[in-house]
Ligand binder design. Sequence first.
Ligand SMILES: Nc1ncnc2c1ncn2[C@@H]1O[C@H](COP(=O)(O)OP(=O)(O)OP(=O)(O)O)[C@@H](O)[C@H]1O
Ligand SMILES: [Mg+2]
Length: 366
Amino acid sequence: MIATVATVAYLGLEARAVEVQCQLVAGLPNFIIVGLADKAVTESRERVRNALAAIGLALPPKRITVNMSPADLPKEGSHYDLPIALAVLGAMGVADAEALAHYVVVGELGLDGRVAASPGVLLAALHAGGRDMGLICPAAQGAEAAWAGNVEVVASPTLSGLLNHLKGSGVLPPPQPGGVEESVSGPDLRQVKGQESAKRALEIAAAGAHNLLMIGPPGAGKSLMASCLPGILPELTPAEALEVSMVASVAGTLEGGRMTRRRPFRAPHHSASMAALTGGGLRVRPGEISLAHRGVLFLDELPEFQRAVLDSLRQPLETGEVTVARANAHLTFPARVQPAMHVCDFLTIRSLEEAYAANRNHLYPC
Ligand SMILES: Nc1ncnc2c1ncn2[C@@H]1O[C@H](COP(=O)(O)OP(=O)(O)OP(=O)(O)O)[C@@H](O)[C@H]1O
Ligand SMILES: [Mg+2]
């Protein structure tokens, strides 16, 4: 018998449907995972084996084949542990295959059978909603998944708790959406003494969503004023808050499923690499420009950034999205940073030496 469980692969901010199939056949005992799985997925064999042992089940002495379809789509991440475990349990006849057919499943397993958090649950929940299915996810991320609206969310802390829920013997309570964070206290423009013209430029940039370049002597308060910008920007609309939360969910930084209406403020260090700023790396993650989506990307000490890194920001700043090209996939993340804030120390720009003589900040909304 072949047991199937639905799950997802994350491609940028898109969750693509993946089906985990498991078949047990007579032969030499073996446990194989196929379907372009990366290291974290192939390692899930050991986590699944141990998690089953923790609930008192041993893998049957058969040839266990797990296939992840579509087989040409690369599978990355640890959120495949739980769907693989449930597919194996379905094939063993321990989990009810019919009950599982109504759910999209994501979650990482611990050796003791705990279901641990994994990034991207909000995307999986929205995907499940689009397919009229429910979502099985880690208990720690139930509040995040519940934001998706009318999706049945089963958030279990353990594998045994989940099996009991599916059997109907220990029903898990549906999670409630995480709270909306009230304005987090950050630097306030009130703290800035004087600098009236600089404050006005900041207000104009905030009102018109302009980019801003600040030039002034060291210690004049450029960095301080830049960090005050999110405080005077309008709150995120609910739709924007969801977009920002989706990026945070993929990055794994949406703590306790709490959404915030405050615009993000990201200030990467000038030694940041291109992958850190625009996204990418071995396991593709949103870069700083995507984490600052709908908010402020603050480049302190602008001239110190590597030229190639600054150049890589040109296209995302213009188009509002960043596309990471990889050998087998193109992933797109949003990157609509409205007031991209470039701050530099005028000492590095000789032509503006007069500004130093005047010993005051010059701000240019541009
Ligand atoms: N107008 C001001 N009102 C209140 N505090 C200020 C003001 N200007 C500077 N400060 C304080 O002085 C310190 C230095 O300011 P800040 O780091 O913002 O300067 P900067 O212009 O970014 O300097 P650098 O060019 O060296 O980066 C901070 O602790 C800041 O709080
Ligand atoms: Mg500074």
